[in-house]
Design a protein around this ligand. Structure first.
Ligand code: ADP
Length: 482
C-alpha cells in the first residue's frame, strides 16, 4: 500500500449502539470516529435490522433516504436495497435497508449457503455503493466472517475483482472461533465466485467453504484485537485449526488493542446511572451500588459485589463459574450476573440463584441500561474467559471503578495486571478462580490498597488514540508494527 490518504469503508454487520451482539459492535461504532479524528477519510456501511432506523432517529441522528436504489445480483435473484445516509460521530454512515434479507435477529442459528446470503448482500452492496454515491473506497475494512466475502470477492469474484482492481482490504478478526464454514453447493458458482479460489490456497477448507480463511488469504492486511491474541492464534492451541494459515500469512498480521468509546463509557456523564461520579470522588458510586442491591432485593451486609456482564457461552468461562458456585457463595463475595446465551448456562445460573438467593443473583437477558449499573455498582468484575480476543468488559469495568478478576488469556493479559489494576489467574479451573476471588476479597478489606487498584483502573488510557494511529499505519501499508 502507498502512503497517501486513502478512502476507507468500514463494512460491518454490527454497529453500536444501533445493532449489537458483542464487542464487534462497540469497535465498529467507535473506531471510525477515532480514525476520523486521526485524519482518516472513513465511512461505514451497515445493515438495517428491524428497528435500527428507529433507534438511529430516536438518538437524535437524522437519516436521509438516497433516492437511487441499489440493485444487487445474488445468484439470479435481484435484491433491491434502499440506502439511508446519516452522520454519526462526524462519520458518514450508510444504513443498508433490505427487509427481505435482514430481520430483527442479526445472526442465523446455523451457517449455510443460504443463511449467509444477507452478509454476502452487505458485501456486494459495499462493492456497488460507488454507483449511487460519488465516493469509491480504496480500502474495505471488514470484520469477522460476516464480511469476509468482501476480501474474497476482490480476489476471486468474476465481476467485482475486475471492477475494483487495485482496491485493498483489511480484515479484523474479532473472534477466530466463528469462521463461516459450509458446503460449497449453492455458493461458489451461484454468487459469481471463480472456482479457482476454491482450493487449499483460497477459501476451501477440507472440502467446505471457510469464509474467514478465504479473507485471511485474500486480504491486504489482517488485524486482530490485541497483541497477545495475535500470538495465540498462530499456535495449535489458540488457532482454531487456522493457525497454519495464520502463520503462513503472519507478515501481514497485526495485533492492535481495542479502545473504548470513552465518551459513551464514562461514569461522570452516564445517563443510565442513578448518580454520576469520577475518580476524585466515589461517593456517587455508592449510590449506584445501593441501587444495584435494591434491584437484587438485597440489604447491604458489607460484602463486596462482584458483577459479570457477558454473553453466556463456554468462551466466557462459565464452565468453571458454574462448578465454583458453592465456593463462590461461601466466599464472602456476592455475585451478580447479567447475560443471555446458551440454555444450560442460563439454567445453571437460575439454579445457583435459587439455592443461594442471598449470595447470587442472575439478571437474564440483554439489557444495555442495566449493564451500566452492574459496571458502576460493582466492586469487582469477573471475567474468567477460556479465550478472549480482546475483551471490552474488563476495560469498561476498570473505567467504572470495578476491579477486574480475569484469567490471563488474550487481551485480558494485555490489559489487567495482578496487584496493579486487578487480579489475574492462569489455570482454567474452579480452584484458580476462587483463589483469585479470595485474594480480591482480602484486598477489599485493605482500603488504601483497594483504592489504589481502583485509581489505576479509572485513570488508565482506554481511548482509541494509540490504536487508531496503528490502524492508520495499516491502511498506509506500513510494515513496521511497533
Ligand atoms: P464479546 O464481544 O466477546 O461479547 P466483549 O467484552 O468484547 O465480549 O464485549 C462485550 C460487550 O457486550 C460489552 O459492551 C458488554 O457490556 C456487552 N454485553 C454483553 N452481554 C450483555 C448483556 N447481557 N446485556 C448488556 N450488555 C452486554
Amino acid at each position: 500500500m502507498k502512503k497517501a490518504l486513502k478512502k476507507i469503508l468500514f463494512v460491518t454487520s454490527e454497529f453500536a449502539p444501533y445493532s449489537k451482539v458483542g464487542g464487534l459492535a462497540d469497535v465498529a461504532g467507535s473506531l471510525p470516529g477515532a480514525l476520523r479524528r486521526a485524519g482518516g477519510d472513513v465511512r461505514v456501511i451497515t445493515p438495517v435490522y428491524g428497528d435500527t432506523l428507529e433507534k438511529v432517529n430516536k438518538s437524535g441522528v437524522k437519516t436521509h433516504r438516497i433516492s437511487q436504489r441499489l440493485e444487487i445480483d445474488l445468484g439470479g435473484f435481484r435484491a433491491v436495497c434502499t440506502l439511508h445516509r446519516a452522520k454519526v460521530d462526524d462519520v458518514i454512515v450508510w444504513f443498508l435497508d433490505c427487509p427481505q434479507f435482514f430481520s430483527d435477529k442479526i445472526y442465523p442459528d446455523y451457517v449455510d449457503p443460504w443463511t449467509v446470503r444477507p452478509f454476502v448482500l452487505l458485501c456486494f452492496a459495499a462493492l456497488e455503493l460507488h454507483n449511487v454515491v460519488s465516493w469509491k473506497p480504496d480500502v474495505f475494512h471488514c470484520h469477522d466472517w460476516p464480511t469476509a466475502p468482501l476480501p474474497m470477492a476482490l480476489a476471486w469474484h468474476k465481476r467485482y475483482a475486475a471492477e475494483h482492481a487495485g482496491a485493498e482490504s483489511v480484515l479484523t478478526i474479532h473472534n477466530l472461533a466463528f469462521q463461516g464454514v459450509f458446503t460449497p453447493q449453492d455458493f461458489v458458482d451461484e454468487l459469481g465466485f471463480d472456482r479457482s479460489g476454491f482450493n487449499m490456497d483460497g477459501f476451501e477448507f477440507y472440502g467446505n467453504v471457510n469464509l474467514l480463511k478465504g479473507a485471511i488469504v485474500a486480504a491486504t492486511a489482517v488485524t486482530t484485537v490485541s497483541p497477545n491474541y495475535a500470538e495465540e492464534i498462530k499456535t495449535a492451541t489458540g488457532g482454531n485449526l487456522l493457525d497454519g494459515v495464520l502463520r503462513s500469512h503472519s507478515e501481514k498480521l497485526w495485533g492492535i488493542l481495542n479502545g473504548l468509546d470513552t465518551r459513551y463509557w464514562n461514569p461522570a456523564e452516564d445517563k443510565y446511572l442513578p448518580a454520576r461520579y469520577s475518580v476524585g470522588n466515589l461517593t456517587n458510586k455508592l449510590k449506584c451500588r445501593a441501587e444495584l442491591l435494591k434491584q437484587c432485593g438485597w440489604e447491604d451486609d458489607g460484602r463486596p459485589l462482584m458483577t459479570c456482564v457477558s454473553r453466556l457461552t463456554t468462551q466466557k468461562g462459565f464452565d468453571i463459574i458454574l462448578k465454583a458456585v458453592p465456593e463462590l457463595a461461601a466466599s464472602g463475595v456476592r455475585c451478580l450476573f447479567l447475560g443471555s446465551g446458551e440454555r444450560n448456562i442460563e439454567e445453571g445460573l437460575t439454579f445457583a440463584q435459587s439455592v443461594h438467593a442471598n449470595d447470587m443473583h442472575f439478571f437474564k437477558g440483554y439489557n444495555e441500561e442495566l449493564s451500566h449499573l452492574l459496571y458502576a455498582g460493582g466492586d469487582m468484575f469477573l471475567m474468567p474467559s477460556l479465550f478472549e480476543p480482546c475483551g471490552l468488559s474488563q476495560m469498561i469495568a476498570m473505567r467504572y471503578g470495578a476491579v477486574p478478576i480475569v484469567r490471563s488469556v488474550g487481551g485480558l493479559a494485555d490489559t489487567v495486571f495482578d496487584g496493579v489494576n486487578g487480579f489475574v489467574f492462569t489455570d482454567f479451573s474452579p480452584l484458580a478462580l476462587t483463589d483469585a476471588v479470595s485474594r480480591a476479597k482480602a484486598c477489599f478489606g485493605a482500603k488504601d490498597k483497594w483504592r489504589k487498584l481502583i485509581n489505576n483502573g479509572m485513570t488508565a488510557d482506554f481511548t482509541w488514540n494509540k490504536s487508531a494511529e496503528r490502524y492508520m499505519r495499516v491502511y498506509s501499508g506500513d510494515k513496521e508494527r511497533i
